[in-house]
Design a protein around this ligand. Structure first.
Ligand SMILES: Nc1nc2c(ncn2[C@@H]2O[C@H](COP(=O)(O)OP(=O)(O)OP(=O)(O)O)[C@@H](O)[C@H]2O)c(=O)[nH]1
Ligand SMILES: [Mg+2]
Length: 393
């Protein structure tokens, strides 16, 4: 028997919860072959939602209560699904709102799609037969948010990104990299971000129409402004993420160059030059000791900036088996070639040929860049073993 757990996040749903529980369990007779459980994943509602659920759970062994303690619909959803899988033995999951805006009568339609072999079933108000009964300004918001997602996530085949009513398999959930889903946020950005990450794992998915009723009781917790800001930041992050690796590497290189050039200016013209007036003090060949120290310090700063962004962005998908300090050590070891190239160019082109020190730096950086790329992809952030295997097989 397949066990489906309906996970419903709640915050202050005292007025809706009893009706919702009854409506969910009324589905049992309509879904032969499925063992239906309901998990209320509550953010410690002060209005007594939890007490109502716990009371009913005493006489219904398929009703469960989880207090996730912290606020946030994403926390309710993700902690709830984890609990359903680990503690309740869920093989399949349905997420939905507990304020009866999502119709429990639709549950059987979601399960039918799972039975057909879909790993992800997406409820949609924005397709034929789907309906959004919210006030018109909220409808605009739903359409706007989903359009932005389609555009930025490059997923035109999906129409609705912003509602929780979905069904999925345990296997799909376990494949999703949750550290890349913004589920700890207080806003509802979890809905589009969860969907995006789920789709990235290449599931067999389908979108089905749902009717979203207006809330009849209780209060909305949707904070529209916060949602807009977080969604905007998320889709920008998604766009930046999908740039080709070499493009990211070049952007990071440019940022490091700016850090290098900026600190060179800072140390050379503002701090060091006034302090070090006598030339040739450090090493005989070096005519300008202020420039010598400034370029050395600013190069180290740019190495650290470079490492930080490459580690967390450009090569994020690469092998992470070694501890970070080992990659940092390897990075220093190999990029040393690049600053040596830069150092040599600055201290030859500028003092000997009279080229402006920033121009000398730029020339050094271009040569150093190609050197770095080669070592980065082959030594510091190697491809994952699985990728290598699939490439060769
Ligand atoms: N666990 C948990 N659930 C939450 C939280 N905020 C909202 N929810 C639940 O998430 C679901 C959707 O929240 P709603 O406030 O209904 O959001 P909405 O449906 O977009 O807005 P309305 O149409 O005005 O109801 C409901 O079941 C809420 O109880 C939270 O902080 N924690
Ligand atoms: Mg609601």
């Amino acid at each position: 028997m397949k066990r489906v757990v309906v996970v419903a996040p709640t915050y202050n749903e005292r007025e809706n919860i009893a009706e919702f529980i009854d409506a969910v369990f009324a589905q049992e007779k309509r879904i032969p072959g499925w063992e239906l459980h309901l998990l209320i994943s509550d953010s410690h509602s002060p209005d007594g939602t939890g007490e109502i659920v716990k009371e009913r759970a005493k006489i219904n062994s398929r009703l469960h209560y989880l207090d996730v303690l912290k606020r946030g619909i994403g926390i309710g959803l993700i902690e709830g699904v984890r609990y359903a899988i680990n503690k309740l033995g869920a093989t399949h999951l349905i997420s939905m709102d507990a304020d009866v805006q999502h119709d429990p009568n639709d549950i059987s339609r979601f399960l039918t799609e799972l039975e057909k072999g879909h790993e992800l079933v997406i409820g949609s108000r924005l397709m034929p037969n789907g309906k959004n009964e919210l006030p018109i300004y909220r409808q605009f918001f739903t359409i706007g948010a989903s359009t932005v997602c389609r555009l930025f996530m490059n997923l035109w085949s999906i129409r609705e990104f912003t509602t929780s009513f979905r069904a999925f398999t345990k296997e799909l959930f376990l494949r999703i990299p949750l550290d890349r889903v913004h589920w700890r946020s207080r806003s509802y950005v979890v809905q589009p971000s969860f969907l995006y990450r789920a789709i990235q794992t290449n599931p067999k998915w389908i979108e089905i129409p749902i009717v979203f009723r207006a809330r009849s009781r209780g209060r909305s917790k949707n904070q529209v402004i916060r949602y807009i800001v977080e969604l905007t930041l998320y889709v920008i992050q998604v766009r930046l993420e999908s740039l080709p690796m070499f493009m990211k590497f070049l952007i990071v290189g440019t940022v490091s160059w700016a850090a290098n050039a900026g600190s060179l200016k800072l140390f050379y013209t503002i701090i060091l030059r006034p302090l070090m007036q006598q030339p040739g003090q450090i090493i005989g060949v070096v005519k300008d000791s202020g420039l010598f120290w400034s370029s050395a310090i600013s190069i180290e700063i740019s190495i650290l900036v470079n490492f930080f962004f490459n580690e967390n962005w450009t090569f994020r998908e690469r092998d992470r088996n070694e501890p970070v300090w080992q990659r940092l050590a390897k990075f220093h070891l190999t990029t040393i070639g690049s600053p040596i190239i830069q150092f040599a160019t600055i201290n030859t082109l500028t003092p000997i040929f009279g080229i402006h020190y920033q121009a000398s730096l730029a020339i050094g950086i271009i040569i150093g860049l190609l050197w770095n790329w080669t070592w980065n992809v082959n030594f510091v952030w190697k491809a994952k073993k699985a990728n290598l295997a699939s490439k060769t097989s």
